[in-house]
Write a new protein. Sequence first.
Length: 298
Amino acid sequence: MASLKEVRSRIISVTSTQQITKAMKMVAAAKLRRAQDNIIRMRPYAQRLSSILTNLSRLTTDSTPNLYAERREINRVLVVVITSDRGLAGAFNSNVIKAVNNLVNERYSRQAAAGNVEYLAIGRRGHDFFAKRNAKLAGNYTHIFSQLSFDTVRVAAEYAMDAFRAGDYDQVDIVYNEFKNVATQIIRTEQFLPIQEQEPAVANASIGTNTDYIFEPSKERIVEELIPKSLKIQFYKAVLESNASEHGARMTAMDKATDNAGELLKQLKLTYNRSRQAAITTEILEIVGGAEALAAGS
């Protein structure tokens, strides 16, 4: 049995840890409210813009080509990995990394064997994971979550878009956590480029009817400006989803850690009281034994 001093030291340590996890839970809850509001406001706009993007992609012709929808033989692949900068969020980061590895092994094994799979890591955890394994990293975007805004995310999106147009990559996929609620995050693997062309019935279902656009100022200018903007919005939405999911995952993890610390404290206090009671009983027995020995000697 551990000594009273050791048990007392553990109680102090666990109490301190519990205070830290409780504070981290409160911080995550405050950040989650803002992140959740941001993604809830963004979703309708991004979904509507995605519907327009799909229709515009189908309406492009030889005179107004859509370079972001060009389909080529997949030889070089870019995988955008969206993780967090910090840990203590349960399986938030490990689930994304696992999904990325499964994606590469199942879909791009040939390209990976040839060394033609690169990773664009948004978030320090993903960047560090692939850097330690000497994977090919496209740029460094680990600063994005420290100053999260459309402008900072736009830089990463433009890199992927420009590289695809230049032929550096034939496919760009995004892997991230989609926010459902505080306790649930859903791993999403989406094709970012080339733009996926849905069937007309599926594309128009999101708008409710057949779409007939009147282009102003011109079809060419609309395709040239709206499609890149829509792609950047979709990229930004994925980052916002991951941001909200991170705070939800950390809040849940810290809540469980606080509860576990409380359970451990109960056990330690019970052990401490038993040890203290045993020590007191031993002292009483020693006193009684000494008194009996003195009485017998006299």
